[in-house]
Design a protein around this ligand. Structure first.
Ligand SMILES: Cc1cc2nc3c(=O)[nH]c(=O)nc-3n(C[C@H](O)[C@H](O)[C@H](O)COP(=O)(O)OP(=O)(O)OC[C@H]3O[C@@H](n4cnc5c(N)ncnc54)[C@H](O)[C@@H]3O)c2cc1C
Length: 327
């Protein structure tokens, strides 16, 4: 396979780089920061959409195909890099009353196991990964596979001649390749003609410390969730805010997330916020975008994963690699 430049080293860019490198492509990945420090780091790592029955078939197809390979992928990453992504099928307990039956129907159609739980409905197969570790593992893995990573280098523009993308320009250097893949997350449309096609949806999240196994499952209620990690930390998220690229944190939101947790689990009372952060989910007017550009040859786009980029990444990477191979 031919040369590829990947713009963006989040989960989508690094997973795409891995898949392309494994199929024999020579890959260079460029990020304006260090890899894996934006949305993919900020996320919760739930390997399923929340309320999947509310999402499009495309999202569910990408997610389900990814869920099938995630466990083995994480095992391979552990073997190859020594980094444990803490993939675990912790199950998801949905406490919402209103659509419990709709959920169970959906799960029956899709043959996903759900069972009654004293506090709601338990989706036993839902897994999670510790996403900052997944990103570290992916970076180590693609380096081993020969991907060249260029960090702290912003791609300013595409190099286009005769309706063909020949590569990218950065402040100091131009890079050339047969194929260029935009995996720039919420920033992706800066490089495209349609400047407003993709945009950020901010999410704030907090983490508290508790004893390991205080919560047995991920818990979901009214759009908010708790994700218990192996070491006792519990992530509590998250907001959805249309405020552009504003990273600011609101104390009020932090306390509201903490209250969400303690109201449902009084044993968490007394816990304090260890860390509070925000990230920019990549939204796109047309939903998930995995395609060859309609106008420019040599240009591919893999973005718009919004709330589900971590769980859709493996299949999204596979599909973009297949598209590149066909061209
Ligand atoms: C609070 C929160 C909770 C979430 N929880 C979950 C969850 O539980 N499960 C789930 O599946 N998803 C979750 N998500 C969504 C998920 O994190 C995103 O869908 C996913 O990370 C998107 O990955 P990405 O690689 O496209 O974007 P990013 O991780 O943002 O990566 C894009 C990269 O491109 C780089 N870049 C952009 N423009 C340029 C340029 N011009 N030149 C060079 N580099 C550039 C950026 O620096 C960045 O590193 C959550 C998101 C948030 C914010």
């Amino acid at each position: 396979m031919s040369d590829c430049i990947i713009i963006g080293g989040g989960v989508i860019g690094m997973m795409s780089a891995r898949t392309l490198a494994m199929s024999g492509a020579s890959v260079r990945l460029i990020d304006q920061r260090a890899c894996g420090k934006e949305s993919s780091w900020a996320g919760g790592g739930i390997i399923s959409p929340l309320y999947p029955w509310m999402y499009s078939d495309m999202v569910n197809e990408l997610s389900m195909a990814s869920q099938v390979v995630y466990e083995e992928l994480c095992a391979t990453l552990l073997e190859e890099t020594g980094i444990d992504t803490e993939y675990v099928r912790s199950g998801l307990l949905m406490m919402d009353e209103y659509d419990r039956y709709e959920a169970i129907d959906w799960m029956a159609v899709h043959k996903v196991h759900a069972e009654k739980h004293p506090k709601g409905t338990l989706f036993t197969d839902v897994a999670q990964v510790r996403n900052p570790r997944l990103l570290r593992a992916l970076k180590a893995d693609i380096l081993k596979r020969g991907v060249e990573i260029v960090e702290f280098t912003k791609v300013d523009e595409l190099i286009v001649e005769n309706n063909t993308v020949l590569g990218v320009k950065t402040e100091n250097k131009a890079y050339y390749a047969d194929n260029t893949v935009i995996c720039g997350g919420a920033w992706s449309s800066e490089l495209l003609e349609a400047k407003n096609e993709m945009y950020p949806v901010k999410g704030q999240m907090i983490v508290i410390r508790s004893k390991p196994d205080t919560l047995a499952h991920i818990v979901l209620d009214k759009g908010r969730y708790l994700i218990p990690r192996k070491d006792g930390r519990i992530l509590i998220g998250s907001t959805t805010e249309n405020v552009g690229f504003d990273r600011s944190l609101s104390d009020e939101v932090g306390l509201e997330l903490l209250r969400f947790a303690t109201e449902r689990f009084p044993e968490l009372q007394g816990a304090s916020i260890e860390h509070h952060w925000s990230g920019f989910r990549p939204a796109s007017k047309s939903g998930v975008v995995i395609k060859k550009d309609e106008k420019l040859d040599g240009l591919f786009i893999n973005t718009g994963h919004l709330r589900n980029g971590l769980n859709m990444a493996p299949e999204s990477a596979k599909r973009i690699a297949e598209l590149i191979k066909k061209c």
